[in-house]
Design a protein around this ligand. Structure first.
Ligand code: HEC
Ligand code: HEC
Length: 300
């Protein structure tokens, strides 16, 4: 082979290199050596890899891998970082174990740490029903309006979250808007119109509707629909409502009754998490910026 090569030896006059003797339609390939610089880098890279194999975790060994002399392990580092975070969280989280809500609300440093975590808990567990700003939605009450079905102090909210409303929990809070299908349609219409006028603050308190309301509804919804009895029946005088306070929706409510369900969280959240959320929720009416509470979830 070398012999034949010698035989056909041909030197390129421009570069002074031999050609390989291959000829592609008049184009000849130069027999240039592999560039030294590339060879040097290749050797360096190989040398580095040998060093890396020895120092760093590298080769798989079935279920594990070689650890390397430096003992570096990013998995362990990540785990250590996570544990540190957990420990930091535990330090304040444990204060929600048996909460003294008055003391907790007064501790601003604690609130600054805890409320963002509570906002995340709310987004993960509650926002699907109560809205991302706790503004509520059809069938789900607002939690930032300051009007409560059961009460807005943290201990009461914690109880609501723990047992739920009309839930599967044996200690559930129970409430029901009864059906008034026995009431004459004309009377239902009259009382519905009165209730629909309540949020305006200009309802006629001497009307037939007002009388029907006092006789049939005030025992649960409070005098003049003001609510505040904390037995599950909402106020009917504010702008936020669960199902709707137009006459048509009210007639449906009166015909069929309502029984909203709030799940129990006793099995899904720890007592600390429930107390943390309770404090967060009870503060929503104050922390919500503006009536629509647009930034409620973000405000510590
Ligand atoms: C599956 C939907 C759903 C989810 C999820 C949910 N809720 Fe509720 N929640 C309801 C409904 C419906 C009601 C009103 C029940 C009724 O009509 O009486 C309610 C009522 C409440 C009340 C009572 C409000 C008052 O005025 O007294 C509180 C407090 C509450 N929810 C907090 C939470 C928190 C905190 C979470 C997250 C851990 C949560 N809810 C998750 C559906 C839900
Ligand atoms: C036994 C107590 C009780 C009585 C009596 C009662 N309600 Fe209710 N009402 C409730 C409860 C509890 C709810 C909330 C139901 C829910 O959240 O699922 C409710 C809800 C409503 C709502 C829906 C409010 C909203 O935010 O969408 C309207 C409207 C209403 N009631 C009107 C009336 C009228 C009018 C009467 C009298 C004819 C009446 N209720 C009598 C307990 C009662």
């Amino acid at each position: 082979m070398a012999q034949t090569h010698e035989d056909h030896r041909e030197v390129d006059p421009v570069t002074g290199h031999d050609t390989t003797g291959h000829d592609w339609g008049g184009i000849k390939e130069l027999n240039t050596p592999f560039p030294k610089i590339a060879l040097v880098f290749l050797l360096l890279a190989f040398a580095y890899s040998v060093v890396a194999w020895i120092l760093l975790p590298a080769w798989p060994t079935g279920r594990s891998h070689t650890r390397g002399l430096l003992g570096l392990d990013q998995g362990q580092e990540a785990l250590a970082g996570y544990r540190e975070l957990e420990a930091g969280r535990k330090a304040w989280m444990s204060r929600f174990d048996k909460p003294d809500f008055a003391a907790l609300s007064a501790d601003h440093a604690l609130l600054a740490e805890a409320m963002p975590a509570a906002a995340r808990l709310f987004q993960d567990n509650c926002a699907a029903c109560h809205g991302s700003n706790a503004q509520g939605g059809p069938g789900f009450p607002a939690l930032n309006s300051g009007h409560w079905l059961w009460g807005g102090d943290p201990a009461t909210v914690a109880e609501t979250i723990t047992v739920g409303i009309n839930s599967a929990d044996p200690n559930t809070r129970v409430s029901q808007m009864p059906s008034f299908d026995w009431m004459a349609i004309a009377d239902r219409q009259t009382v519905a119109e009165y209730v629909a006028s309540l949020p305006s603050g200009k309802a006629d308190q001497s009307s037939a509707g007002a009388k029907l309301f006092a006789d049939n509804c005030a025992s649960c919804h409070g005098e003049g629909g003001k609510g505040g009895l904390q037995t599950g029946a909402p106020t009917l005088t504010d702008q936020s409502f669960i199902y709707g306070q137009d006459v048509e929706t009210e007639l449906t409510t009166l015909a069929k009754g309502r029984q909203g369900q709030m799940p129990t969280w006793a099995a899904r959240l720890s007592p600390e998490e429930i107390n943390l959320l309770a404090l967060y929720v009870s503060r929503l009416p104050e922390t919500a910026a503006g009536a629509d509470g647009r930034s409620a979830a973000a405000v510590p």
